[in-house]
Ligand binder design. Sequence first.
Ligand SMILES: Cc1cc2nc3c(=O)[nH]c(=O)nc-3n(C[C@H](O)[C@H](O)[C@H](O)COP(=O)(O)OP(=O)(O)OC[C@H]3O[C@@H](n4cnc5c(N)ncnc54)[C@H](O)[C@@H]3O)c2cc1C
Length: 401
Amino acid sequence: MDGGLRRDAEFPLTRAEALDRLRDFLPRAGADYARLRNVDHGPGQHDHVSRLSAALRRRLLSESEVVAAVIARHGLRGAEKFLSEVLWRSYWKGWLEQRPAVWPGYRQALARAEAACAADPDLARRHQAAIDGRTGIDCFDHWMGELAETGYLHNWARMQFASIWVFTLGLAWELGAALTLRLLRDADPASNTLSWRWVAGLHTTGKAYLADAARIHAMTGGRFTPDGLARHAVIPEDSIAVPPATSPRAHRRPDPTEPALLLVTPEDLSLETEAAMARLDIRAIAALPPTTAPDRRAMADALDRAGAHWGLSPSECADLSGLVDLARRCGARQIVTGYLPVGPEADRLSPLRAAAGAAGIALAEHQRDWDVRVWPHCRKGFFALKEQMPRLLAGLGAADG
Ligand SMILES: Cc1cc2nc3c(=O)[nH]c(=O)nc-3n(C[C@H](O)[C@H](O)[C@H](O)COP(=O)(O)OP(=O)(O)OC[C@H]3O[C@@H](n4cnc5c(N)ncnc54)[C@H](O)[C@@H]3O)c2cc1C
């Protein structure tokens, strides 16, 4: 097996691989996960965590499927830690959805941080040394190499990495967030941007995450003994004006009485599993060209499944006008897609509503019940959501154990 195939097997990017991984990981999702999830044995040895994030992020597998399987095996209390980690994904997504201005705010702050770097040769040199894994801090340089090589870092390693980036190396969190968003196979605008802000002390006011050398030594089985880590977290000034929470964006729902073109995006790659979608009159299936290698693989799998489900041959459209043209030719009155959360995919598709509207075609988004139920609890801190966990998960059809 070459390196690419090995990585695909370790970090699933098709629905079949993800279901296999879920089955394989289930016995370890209870007490073992709670005990061992922060231990980092290094590349190829992350067996204590699920490595399902690249699949969950694209909804090759949905949060509710994973949660239901885990509860069926361990009960709600037996798998509380794992279940609450899955809720962190939904929390970040729901939080950003209700403060959408934070995403363009981050993009603008990143441009300013890049300009500051370009104007300061010493800063540029330190930034480049971090990207090249040449800082002299053993764990950081290793994690940088692992991230570049595999597209994955264990959650606990991501926290140390981000903390060292901000507090020891004194680099802007926005530059770090851009690096991980580019390299991670599970790259997600909400989890990535907001986790960096959380580590930097900008999410929970005044509360930052400071990496500790002795703890890194212990949690990595003595693989690292980092020198010179910052002893204090000097929280940077916030580069984003964070607005108060608003309601999630209003959107048009798919109409089962109107012919539709199904647009598949990396935001939801298993729409055929949704009962509401199965009722639609789908006349054609299309996608835009994926922009990353993991998206390409996951998209190919999703199009195969959707094509088989609706008995149609999916098309790749070069651009938005090709998409509208295809919708017109197949007689669609609506383009139906999965809900487009804040991030690069929604940015890319934002002109579609007007372009389709000009041709008399509506853009409709299918929102999963999970998001409808969870997002209203993501307006404050994570614990406001966690408190709701038993009620939310029981309501989603999973039995308490
Ligand atoms: C600086 C930083 C950047 C991050 N960037 C991303 C990102 O771009 N994309 C991304 O999916 N996750 C991101 N995370 C969250 C987390 O690190 C990954 O989701 C997790 O490591 C994925 O590995 P796993 O599937 O083996 O997780 P497991 O430990 O098996 O957890 C199960 C699932 O729960 C969810 N989850 C677990 N921990 C978190 C968390 N802290 N935040 C949100 N969801 C979580 C994931 O969906 C994961 O697949 C980031 C965390 C940090 C600290």
